[in-house]
Design a protein. Structure first.
Length: 142
């Protein structure tokens, strides 16, 4: 059983499905709960699709690196891309969740949900790349 998963995702929205399938298989190997698997899928789908749709401004080929690592009950996910600088911790608008749904603007909940599901988020911009590290404490299995 591999405690790490390393993926190279092309800047093609169709790669999101492949990533989801790979992550689901890894989650099953790790015996993670369905809830955790769904949260990881949503978080990675949101962050990687944001890079593909908004972060990469040219039509050339780019690779987005996605790494998952489990160390006991600690899970770390890292995303690295060469898109435009974007720190989701400060650059993403905070949605107003107090308004009724019909009064909210469409979109903008992705980073909010990432913050809800993950225990830690760290962003760095170095050597022309975005690095996002997300941590999650896994619940003890009975």
């Amino acid at each position: 059983m591999s405690e790490s998963l390393f993926l190279h995702i092309k800047n093609d929205i169709l790669e999101i499905k492949r990533m989801g399938d790979e992550v689901a298989g890894w989650c099953h190997e790790q015996a993670l709960s369905e809830d955790t698997e769904c949260q990881l899928d949503l978080v990675l789908d949101e962050m990687v699709s944001n890079v593909i749709r908004h972060g990469i401004r040219d039509c050339g080929p780019h690779i987005i690196e996605v790494n998952l690592h489990r160390n006991g009950q600690e899970l770390t996910m890292e995303i690295e891309d060469d898109g435009v600088p974007f720190n989701p911790l400060i650059d993403a608008p905070v949605p107003d969740t107090t308004k009724p749904v019909e009064e909210r603007r469409i979109g903008g909940l992705g980073v909010y949900l990432v913050r809800q599901f993950m225990d830690s988020l760290v962003y760095e911009r170095r050597e022309g790349k975005n690095y996002l590290r997300m941590g999650k404490r896994l619940e003890e299995t009975p």
